[in-house]
Design a binder for this molecule. Structure first.
Ligand code: GUN
Length: 290
């Protein structure tokens, strides 16, 4: 059984990106510049954005963090997006989700210039991805594909079960896994809250991608011996032994499932670091294209 070490792969890729950035700068180009917009003080979002800013430093990028309180108006956010769209120094930017309930998330996503949408959430990028055109692919699905590639997990003709149908992970990763490309070329089944016989469907899978946000959902009896299991879950569960008071739990019952797998991602240290590195890759791509 192989533990897929996302942290290690992510550091290797960040080093590759940093090298390319220094080359760009030596050739007289400007440093890639990523901006992040963070609304409110949600613990998870604070942590993710802090990791993104730190990754920018490691890659030699410039970064700008723009913060608003929870009561910011949609108009104010749209104005900031218009400024970032027009700013020639900004190569790409993200608006960290989720947003407070009074803000229409889709309106915010659609206001972002798709050429600076390094999250790959804009319908133009989603549409281009679904028909296999060059675009920004959203970070978590892109990170999963990079892990499958680096660990040479066979995907051609494989049966892949995706658990969860979110716009951010489930739907795009299912699309990428079925594309006529390597990694990809898999036979994909997407399971969700209305799916019957999930256990039986999972037992047929060569690759399970669990992205439903239910800690420990994938149990040992759902996994075929030798299968590859990719765990996208990052639920915070209380843990009094930690200074933070919580720990992250994935969607897979790791201790019971791991011995049965061919390969498995841990939580933390699997998909999470790859998500950040995919955002860095998209930002570098945005900078190259400008
Ligand atoms: N919230 C959870 N994941 C993401 C992400 O990849 N990008 C943004 N902007 N918000 C998120």
């Amino acid at each position: 059984m192989t533990i897929i070490d996302g942290k290690k792969v992510a550091s290797e890729i960040k080093a590759e990106i940093a090298q390319e950035v220094e080359q760009m700068v030596a050739n007289g180009k400007k440093r890639p510049h990523l901006a992040a917009v963070l609304v409110g003080h949600d613990g998870g979002s604070e942590t993710y954005v802090a990791h993104k800013v730190k990754a920018c430093e490691e890659c030699g990028f410039k970064s700008t963090l723009i913060r608003f309180e929870d009561d910011v108006t949609q108009e104010r956010l749209l104005q900031t997006i218009a400024e970032l769209n027009a700013d020639p120094d900004i190569d790409g930017f993200i608006v960290q989700l989720p947003l407070p309930r009074h803000i229409n998330e889709q309106a915010i996503i659609e206001a972002i210039d798709y050429r600076k949408d390094v999250d790959g959430f804009h319908p133009i990028n989603v549409g281009r991805m679904s028909i296999g055109l060059p675009c920004f692919v959203s970070a978590t699905p892109a990170g999963i594909m990079m892990l499958l590639e680096r660990y040479q997990i066979p995907t051609k003709g494989a049966r892949c079960v995706v658990l969860g149908r979110s716009n951010i992970v489930g739907k795009p990763v299912a699309t990428l896994m079925m594309q006529k490309h390597q990694p990809g070329d898999a036979t994909v089944t997407v399971c969700h809250s209305a799916t019957r016989d999930i256990k039986e469907i999972c037992r047929e899978a060569d690759i399970i991608i669990a992205a439903l946000g239910v800690p420990g959902f994938v149990t040992e009896d759902m996994v075929k011996p030798g299968a590859t299991v990719i765990d996208v879950g990052t639920t915070r569960v209380p843990d009094a032994t930690r200074k933070s008071g919580f720990r992250l739990r994935g969607d897979v019952d790791f201790d019971a499932v791991a011995p049965k797998c061919g390969a498995i991602t841990p939580v933390p240290g699997g998909v999470g670091p790859m998500t950040i590195v995919s955002l860095m890759r998209n930002t570098l791509q945005a900078a190259r294209q400008r």
